[in-house]
Design a protein around this ligand. Structure first.
Ligand code: ZN
Length: 424
C-alpha cells in the first residue's frame, strides 16, 4: 500500500537535523500499539516498518501484519501527535534510521515555518483517506462476492421470492455489486407492491442505466396533517420516502427531474466519485420499500450528488428541507435542526439572489424563512420575516397561509419576550 510520494522538501528538512534529529539502530522499537506517546517522525534515512498485531485465531500465537514500510521523505506517528489518541500500530526500525522527531508543539512550529511541509502533510493525509476508501469499497465488493457463494443466505427468512406474482424480477436480484457489510444494511430490499406503486423508467445521466423508479399512486396518498413548514403527514405510505431516484448501477441519486442530461465535466466528476459513493452507500438497496432510515440515506446520497453537480440553492434547499422532515419523522431533533439550518441558509440565498421569482413563491418563501427561524430558536429573525410575509401582497390572496403566518407571528412574539426575560 505504498503511496505516491509527495514533495515535502526533504533537503530543507535535513537542515533541522541538529535540533530535531535522532538516530535509531535496526531492531529498535520506536513505539508500540496502545502507547500514549505523542511524537511524530519524518524519515531522513533508513527504513521503518509500521506493523499491527493480529489476533490469535487458531491458538498458534498472535501474528504480525506489516501495514507499510517507510523510507526517506515518509512520516509517521502524526495521528497520535495531532489527535492525542493512543498509538494504533507499532513502529520498528528495519534498517538503521535517521529521523526527525517532533512533539505536538514543535510539530505546529514546523507546520508554521514550512508551509511546503504542511501542504505535503495534508496531501499525504488526503491520499491516505482516498486509498482507505478505495480499499473499503474493494473489500465490500469482495464480501458481497463471498456472500453470494455461501450455500445458505444468513438472511434467508427475509428474502423475497425469486419473482413476484406478476413475474417481475425480485428486487434483490438486481442488488449492486458494492452491497453490504454490516448486518443492518445487509437486508435484501422488501419488494414494492404494484397496487400502491406505479413504476416509471428513469435513465441515469451518468452511466446510462435505465431502471424503474417507483411513484406512489395518488389514491394511496393520504394526508392526515400538515406542519407549519409545509411538511405533509401521511396516513399510509409516505411519498417523501420515494422522492429520490437512485441509479442501482452507479448510485447517482436525485429528484427525477434531475435525471436530464448533464454537462460532460459534471458527468466525469460524478464518475470519479462512484467508488466513494459505493463505499459509503453500496450496502443499501434502494430498489424496494423504503423506511424512514433508508429514505434518509437516499437524501444523503442525493445531497452528495447535488454538491458534485453544483446544484443551485433551490435544489439544495429542497433536499435539506426534505432530509430535515425525515429526521423529524425519526424524532432525531439534532439532525432535524442541522438540516433545517442548512435549508434556511439555502432558501435565504435564493430569495436574495433569484430576481426572476414570481410573487407567490416570494411570499411563501418569506413566510417559510420566518417559520424556520422560529423552529431554530431565532425569534427576532422570525418576527422580521413573518411581518414581511404578512405585508406581502401574495399572502392577501391566500387566507389559509395568512392565518398560519399570523399564528406563527404570535408565537414568535411570545418566544422573543421569553428570550428577553431570560436574558434580563
Ligand atoms: Zn448510473
Amino acid at each position: 500500500m505504498a503511496l505516491p510520494k509527495r514533495d515535502i522538501d526533504l533537503i530543507a528538512l535535513k537542515a533541522l537535523r541538529r535540533r530535531y534529529g535522532v538516530v535509531y539502530p535496526k531492531g529498535q522499537v520506536i513505539f508500540r500499539e496502545g502507547e500514549a506517546s505523542r511524537q511524530f517522525f519524518i524519515v531522513l534515512q533508513g527504513r521503518i516498518e509500521i506493523t499491527r498485531q493480529l489476533p490469535d485465531v487458531d491458538g498458534s500465537g498472535p501474528g504480525r501484519q506489516v501495514l507499510v514500510t517507510l523510507g526517506p521523505g515518509d512520516f509517521f506517528g502524526e495521528m497520535a501527535a495531532f489527535t492525542g489518541e493512543p498509538r494504533s500500530s507499532d513502529a520498528i526500525v528495519v534498517e538503521d534510521a535517521s529521523l526527525l522527531y517532533f512533539n505536538e508543539r514543535t510539530a505546529l512550529e514546523l507546520l508554521r515555518t514550512s508551509p511546503q511541509f504542511a501542504l505535503g502533510l495534508i496531501q499525504t493525509l488526503c491520499d491516505r483517506i482516498r486509498n482507505n476508501n478505495l480499499q473499503l469499497a474493494e473489500m465490500r465488493v469482495e464480501v458481497e462476492r463471498l456472500r453470494r457463494l455461501l450455500p445458505v443466505q444468513d438472511s434467508a427468512p427475509e428474502m423475497p421470492p425469486a419473482a413476484t406474482a406478476t413475474g417481475q424480477p425480485a428486487v434483490a436480484a438486481g442488488a449492486p455489486d458494492g452491497a453490504a457489510v454490516a448486518s443492518d444494511i445487509d437486508r435484501p430490499a422488501r419488494p414494492l407492491d404494484e397496487e400502491t406503486f406505479a413504476l416509471k423508467d428513469l435513465t441515469c445521466p451518468v452511466c446510462r442505466k435505465t431502471f424503474p423508479f417507483p411513484i406512489v399512486r395518488s389514491k394511496h396518498i393520504r394526508v392526515i396533517g400538515r406542519d407549519t413548514d409545509f411538511r405533509e403527514v401521511h396516513g399510509g405510505v409516505n411519498p417523501l420516502h420515494y422522492a429520490i431516484g437512485v441509479c442501482p448501477q452507479c448510485l447517482y441519486a436525485a429528484f427525477p427531474e434531475d435525471f436530464a442530461p448533464l454537462e460532460p465535466t459534471v458527468v466525469n466528476m460524478l464518475r470519479d466519485d462512484e467508488l466513494r459513493r459505493r463505499a459509503a452507500f453500496g450496502g443499501f438497496d434502494f430498489s424496494g420499500a423504503r423506511d424512514a432510515s433508508l429514505a434518509a440515506q437516499s437524501y444523503e446520497l442525493a445531497l452528495r450528488c447535488a454538491t458534485l453537480r453544483r446544484a443551485g440553492p433551490d435544489r439544495r434547499a429542497r433536499l435539506h428541507h426534505a432530509r430535515a422532515w425525515i429526521a423529524r419523522e425519526m424524532q432525531d431533533a439534532e439532525a432535524e435542526r442541522g438540516y433545517l439550518g442548512q435549508s434556511l441558509a439555502d432558501y435565504q440565498y435564493r430569495l436574495e439572489h433569484d430576481h426572476a421569482m414570481n410573487a407567490d413563491t416570494e411570499g411563501a418563501l418569506t413566510y417559510l424563512l420566518g417559520d424556520l427561524s422560529l423552529r431554530l430558536g431565532k425569534p427576532e429573525e422570525a418576527l422580521n420575516w413573518l411581518r414581511a410575509a404578512i405585508d406581502h401582497d401574495s399572502l392577501k390572496r391566500k387566507p389559509a397561509l395568512m392565518r398560519v403566518a399570523r399564528e406563527r407571528l404570535e408565537e414568535a412574539r411570545l418566544s422573543a419576550r421569553q428570550t428577553q426575560m431570560s436574558e434580563a
